[in-house]
Every structure is written in structure tokens, then in C-alpha cells.
Design a protein around this ligand. Structure first.
Ligand code: AG3
Length: 297
């Protein structure tokens, strides 16, 4: 993140991605800046996008568009699994993914394992509308998600990896060893959804991710979201299961009947998100599976 004072009046916050691309947002003031053992954490009041959370200068969310990523990370797997009761979130210390998970009445327990206490504390104070911290079904653990997945005896129906980019401490969240441990804590009809970077910038990372997931899951898909705050706007999530198909097994009637007041997720987007533009699909070089819908496409 850089603060740039161009005209003496204008303050901008910008993220530079891979050295040759950037996005900037007009800022009003810094609400919080801190350094943890893991990363730098900033919360900025922007002029047009509400409050913004950055980890090591990378935009994690803005209040204006966080619903896109959080709804799609939670509702796609939770409306695919037949009866999701136990959900594990690794990362996600801002609480947004947990908030969407907990909108499902059938969820009995949601464990959120965030390595960085500073993220949780700063978000509770300066982004209080993002999380659903008071829900009694939520169990927040400040510890290393890698170690948690390796050591826990608990089993889960859905695991959500709400991570930063695969640099620094988050690199291991994209590794084969970690996915092995995730597969171990997932019940037989379990689903893993993980933050999967940008189809425009990161197809090498996406291929490696799927190659690392492949030994433990029979079905791997990429699905897309479109937001304002992640580099380039087009972003993706990976879906891995031991058999469940996000299209044919989706509980779309339930999604309709529950009538959650979502702002991005709906039953058409649930399916449509898995249809990939040719470059996004071809660049995976077969590392993920194709979906079978619509017929003939
Ligand atoms: N997880 C981060 C998505 C990756 C964003 N990357 C970037 N800006 N370079 C978001 C955390 C929200 N719960």
C-alpha cells in the first residue's frame, strides 16, 4: 500500500499487484495501522468505498463490495452440501465469511481459525459490521490454521480457506501437505472452497493449487466472482469435493426458499459462476475439471 499525496488535498491508497499493475482509491483517513508478527494491518476510510482492510498493502476487503467474495465463498459450498452443519474457516479474521456461513440456520458450529490476533481485534473495532462475532455457534481460535488442520480430531462438512495471496505466511495454505490435512478433517461428502487468485494474473498459481489438491479430491472446479477491490476485478475461488457436484447436487430450491437477502449470490449465479471464459479455462491446462452444464456447451 502506498499513500500518495498528489495535489496537497487528495490522499490515495493504492495496491500494486505483481509490480506492473495497480488500483487506487481516494482515501479520507487512516483509522488503524499496526504491525503484527505476521503482517502489517491497515484500515482506511476511503472516499467512495467505505472502510478498507489491507494486509501488507494488499486489499482484503472494502465495505462497499465485500459481499461479493464472502457470499460466494460461503453460499456456493453450503448450498451444494446436502446438510452442512460443521464449518471450518481458515483465515477470514475480518469475520465476513463467518457472517455468511452463519446465515444458514442448519449450521451448528463454525470454527474460525485465524493466525493473526491483530486482524481480528482491528476488524472488531474498526469494521464492526463485517463480522457476526456474537453468534454462539461461532468459535474463534487464534492459532495457526495449518497446525489446526493437522492436529484436530474434529470433522467438518465444509472447509473454507479465506487466505491472503500465496506470499509469506499464506504460501503453505496452497500446499499439498495442507490440502492433505484438509481432506482428512472433511467428512466423506465434504467440500473445500479456497480463495484462488486472479484468472488474468495468476494461472500458474491456480494450476499448482489444483495439482496440489488433486490427490485428495475427485472433483475440482474453478468458479468466478467479479468485484471492485481485487486486482483487475475478476477473481476466483476453487471448489474441491470428494464427489459432490456444485451444479447437479446444488440445493437450489433451498437457496430459493431460504430467501437470504443476498446481494450477489443467487441460484443462477451459483451455476453461472462455474462457466469459464475460454482463456480462464484453457490456461488451467486441464488441472481442474470441466462442468457438465449447460448440456453441449
Ligand atoms: N482474502 C483475500 C483475497 C485476495 C486479495 N488479493 C489482493 N488484494 N492482492 C480476503 C479476505 C476477506 N475475508
Amino acid at each position: 500500500m502506498e499513500h500518495e499525496n498528489t495535489s496537497g488535498m487528495d490522499l490515495w491508497v493504492q495496491e500494486i499487484y505483481h509490480g506492473d499493475f495497480g488500483m487506487k482509491f481516494r482515501a479520507v483517513r487512516t483509522l488503524f495501522s499496526g504491525q503484527s508478527p505476521f503482517q502489517r494491518v491497515d484500515i482506511i476510510e476511503t472516499a467512495g468505498h467505505g472502510r478498507m482492510l489491507l494486509n501488507d498493502g494488499k486489499i482484503m476487503l472494502t465495505e462497499r463490495d465485500e459481499f461479493v467474495y464472502h457470499e460466494m465463498m460461503a453460499h456456493v459450498p453450503l448450498y451444494t452440501h446436502p446438510c452442512p452443519e460443521r464449518v471450518l474457516i481458515i483465515g477470514g479474521g475480518d469475520g465476513g465469511t463467518a457472517r455468511e456461513v452463519l446465515r444458514h440456520k442448519g449450521v451448528k458450529r463454525c470454527v474460525l481459525v485465524e493466525i493473526d490476533k491483530l486482524v481480528v481485534e482491528a476488524c472488531k473495532e474498526h469494521l464492526p459490521r463485517i463480522g457476526a462475532w456474537d453468534d454462539p455457534r461461532l468459535d474463534v481460535k487464534i492459532e495457526d490454521g495449518i497446525a489446526f488442520a493437522r492436529n484436530t480430531d474434529e470433522m467438518f462438512d465444509v472447509v473454507l480457506v479465506d487466505s491472503t495471496d500465496p506470499v509469506g505466511p499464506a504460501t503453505v495454505l496452497f500446499s499439498r501437505e495442507f490440502y492433505r490435512d484438509v481432506a482428512r478433517v472433511l467428512a466423506p461428502d465434504g467440500i473445500l472452497v479456497a480463495q484462488a487468485e486472479s484468472p488474468f494474473f495468476d494461472q500458474d498459481i491456480q494450476r499448482e493449487m489444483f495439482q496440489n489438491q488433486r490427490p485428495f479430491f475427485s472433483r475440482l472446479h474453478l468458479y468466478l466472482i467479479s468485484n471492485l477491490s481485487y486486482p483487475g476485478g475478476l477473481w476466483s475461488l476453487s471448489f474441491a469435493s470428494k464427489g459432490l457436484c456444485p451444479l447437479t447436487d446444488a440445493r437450489l430450491p433451498d437457496a430459493r426458499n431460504d430467501g437470504l437477502a443476498t446481494r450477489y449470490y443467487n441460484t443462477q449465479i451459483h451455476r453461472g459462476a462455474f462457466l469459464l471464459p475460454a482463456f480462464a479455462k484453457d490456461g488451467l491446462l486441464g488441472a481442474a475439471d470441466s462442468v457438465d452444464w449447460p448440456a453441449g456447451a
